[in-house]
Design a protein around this ligand. Sequence first.
Ligand code: ADP
Length: 362
Amino acid sequence: MEEERLYDLVIKALPVGFLRVDAKGMIIDFNHAAETITGYTKEEVVDRSRSEFLHCSAEKKKCTLCEYALGRREHAIAKENFIRRKSGDCILLSVTTAPLFDQAGTFHGGIELFMDISESLKLDRERKHILAMFAHDMQNPVLIAGKFTRRLLAGKAGPPTGKQEEHLQLICEELNQLEGLVTDFHEFSRFEATKCIPVLEAVDIILILRAQVELAKLKAEDKRITLTFANPGESEMIVAADTRLISRVIDNLLDNAIRYMRMNGTVTISVSKEEEAVFVRVGDTGIGVAKDHIPYLFDAFYRVSRDLRGSGLGLSIAKTIVEAHGGKIWAESIPGQGSVFSFTIPTSGAKPAHTFQPVEQS
Ligand code: ADP
């Protein structure tokens, strides 16, 4: 079969929308799936610029991915993009755009592959809404139940008998777990719904670390774990940070270091100053993590093993917070020997992550 005919067959059979533009940005190909998604026929769009009709509003007319890729001659980029169908309704597309170069490096336009993801966007919104409602409504009853059970155990309503004390102790432990899960869910769903926006102020990270280490010592005692805060060598290290959120990150890392450790281990916390950031490390001599799991540890709900309790959200929350401060977080580990979780926080304040900036054309 001749090459051109084979090309036509492939493009026609593609289950995703496909369009191709020439070097001037004019559409020269538009497959059947593209017609179904956009409501326009191939005849209606050929020889027209993509931005003439595949956009969401008149103001956003130029904010199209194709222009971005073609204007900047970028490699393939993937992005989500709202457009208005011919019928007038707005849909969300998942778009991948790539410029086309021949072997001599001459530019020949570009291609765009797209799918309608409006339905999954709707489902995702519903999921976030349910999670946020669930986390919010669960929090109060669990906190109150925990508070009163601890009071009963402390004998505030009269001394419990031996069996009652034993049972109350068990209830307390379960409620503590539940409190941790619900708090993680609550924080996670808040970040999903409203993004994590730290309230930055000049704070001394050494003070925050010392406070968190003192709190963690209580948890470490039960497992006879030694917690060491290595001498930072400086009396203070000022960063632009949100104290509550950064405390949460350190608490998560220390809590993990203690939980994923057998008896009698060591957790070492250290902090140092780099050029434009402080660098915090939490090292442990715990069970460690196999290499294959490392890239996924910071994903929401990812857990290496179900043997120990947890939400799988702690590290994803930590990542969201650190990145919202303009920092980075990562893990290194050797199974059976231990792990080191490190993060940086800029001293000068958060620099927003790179966001997509479409090219405005004159
Ligand atoms: P979880 O609530 O399950 O601890 P996290 O997001 O905090 O959730 O951690 C994700 C997974 O990473 C954990 O389930 C655990 O398997 C692994 N992990 C995290 N910290 C450590 C650590 N210090 N040592 C070994 N494994 C760890």
